[in-house]
Ligand binder design. Sequence first.
Ligand SMILES: NC(=O)c1ccc[n+]([C@@H]2O[C@H](COP(=O)([O-])OP(=O)(O)OC[C@H]3O[C@@H](n4cnc5c(N)ncnc54)[C@H](O)[C@@H]3O)[C@@H](O)[C@H]2O)c1
Length: 327
Amino acid sequence: MNILITGGAGYIGSITNWFLKSKGHTTVVFDNLENGHKEAVGDTQLIVGDLRNKEDIRKVFSDGRFDAVIHFAALALAGESMEKPYEYFYNNITGGLNLLEAMRETTCKTIIFSSTCAVYGFPKNLPVAEESPIAPASVYGASKRNFEEILHWYDTIYSIKHANLRYFNACGALPDGSLGEDHKPETHIIPVALSKAVSGESFPLFGKDYQTQDGTCIRDYIHVLDLADAHLKAVEYLQGKDTTVSINLGVGRGYSNMEVLHAVEEVTGKKLKTVDKPRRWGDPDAIYADNTQAKELLGWEPQFTDITSIIQTAWKWHEKHPLGYKS
Ligand SMILES: NC(=O)c1ccc[n+]([C@@H]2O[C@H](COP(=O)([O-])OP(=O)(O)OC[C@H]3O[C@@H](n4cnc5c(N)ncnc54)[C@H](O)[C@@H]3O)[C@@H](O)[C@H]2O)c1
């Protein structure tokens, strides 16, 4: 297949691009490089453009034919979204709308959307299934939910079929350490803990009074290669089907922040210091996925199911690229 990847110079997009190519597919990456890295794109065709500019994305479709689009491009930090609501709504919604407008003039009628477990906000029941109440607790989560609704209407009106893939916490790297996570600023627990373990600085622990066994938040950590695999399976699932789906992507179990930090110590052989910080906006006590639907509909099975093996891949990436792609 020929697949267009928006946001393919970013963390999950670049590894999905690598994965699709390893399976023999042809890809084109579209990215504004605001938070992405051209080094992460390798020898894939990279079109530098911005989804907020309708002409940029329309031109991509007038120059090429695609079987499917995987839409990663977005601003993606819940905390930052509460400080920059306009930027988040504008990028994540208008950018997505421009993409759909460009698609509807073409024969490409399949889109896989990077949604998030943040659409569930503070879940009442665990594990969280797709039918759980949708109640985002941040502008980021709301922007993703709004775009899921837009996708529903573009399906109803223009028959553009979609899969909303609601990821839990993406993490890890290619096992050879060649592609990995390089966000600036980095806010995700594993890369931050790895760099603090190396520098000897204290790791900021945001809240120790959550309703969990050790008082720290519990999250579901899904390896980025397992995510990539699910994207390809979702593209294949939608081919030739008159259907649309929302699917949770998580391993189906949670680790507390303290458990993750202990695993980082185990993998790096270094002791971590922590410093207590207040809770962050919109952080639920615990969230992990009911992934039954991913298994049943897509035939997907996560390969990285324990946190230590996930962190080993992130550590490999960190050792090879202590300063990210600029290393
Ligand atoms: N990282 C996670 O744990 C996680 C969890 C749930 C959902 N997601 C979603 O997955 C997607 C990818 O996440 P990531 O961690 O790889 O993020 P990332 O920031 O590394 O990648 C996003 C990419 O999109 C590009 N981009 C942003 N706005 C653009 C625009 N207007 N035009 C063109 N390119 C644009 C950026 O330059 C970047 O390369 C995002 O949509 C995010 O919301 C991520």
